[in-house]
Structures are given as structure tokens and as C-alpha cells.
Design a protein around this ligand. Structure first.
Ligand code: FES
Length: 96
């Protein structure tokens, strides 16, 4: 369903959930993760249902991730950077 842009070199290395990925630059964290097949980014704190990035423009907050130790980052609004360490926030009460 989602793919990395064709003919764009994957020159940025990120780590997601302890696995490393080479991704294309000039894209958001959410886009890069979806391009690698990671659609589920978090779970609802209320219902426990899995959530995926939805609006991709900073409105729905369904893309919250911990990025470089900072929780509750809107991954659809943050560009990938070399060496990023990204984690899901799956434990109840982790949302600040
Ligand atoms: S996908 Fe909606 S705020 Fe990020």
C-alpha cells in the first residue's frame, strides 16, 4: 500500500523498535515507517485499539511516537534524521 518514492536513494539510517532501516531523506518519520510496512504506530489509551497515522498533517495525533527519548512526538510532522531512535508508546499511561 505505501512505498518509498522510486529512484530516491535510501541514505538515512533510523532505528525503530530496535531494528535499523535505511530510508529516503526528505520525508516524515510516519511516511518512512509506513514505507517500511509499519502501519500500527500506537494504541488508544482508552480502548487499546491499534492506531495508524491518519491525517498526516498534525491534527489527529494518531501518529504519536517516542523519538530520541522524547515522548508524544507527532511523527507526521517530523522529518527523518540520521540516527533517529524511534519507539512506539504502547504502555498504558505513557501519554503525557
Ligand atoms: S497523522 Fe494525524 S497528527 Fe500525525
Amino acid at each position: 500500500m505505501f512505498q518509498s518514492p522510486p529512484n530516491v536513494a535510501k541514505t538515512i539510517q533510523i532505528t525503530f523498535e530496535e531494528k535499523t532501516y535505511q530510508v529516503a531523506p526528505a520525508q516524515t518519520v510516519a511516511a518512512a515507517l509506513m514505507g517500511e510496512g509499519h502501519l500500527m504506530l500506537r494504541k488508544s489509551l482508552v480502548s487499546g485499539e491499534t492506531r495508524a497515522a491518519f491525517c498526516m498533517m498534525g491534527i489527529c495525533f494518531d501518529c504519536l511516537l517516542e523519538i530520541d527519548g522524547q515522548p508524544n512526538q507527532q511523527s507526521c510532522m517530523i522529518q527523518v534524521r540520521e540516527g533517529m531512535n524511534i519507539q512506539r508508546q504502547l504502555k498504558k499511561g505513557e501519554c503525557a
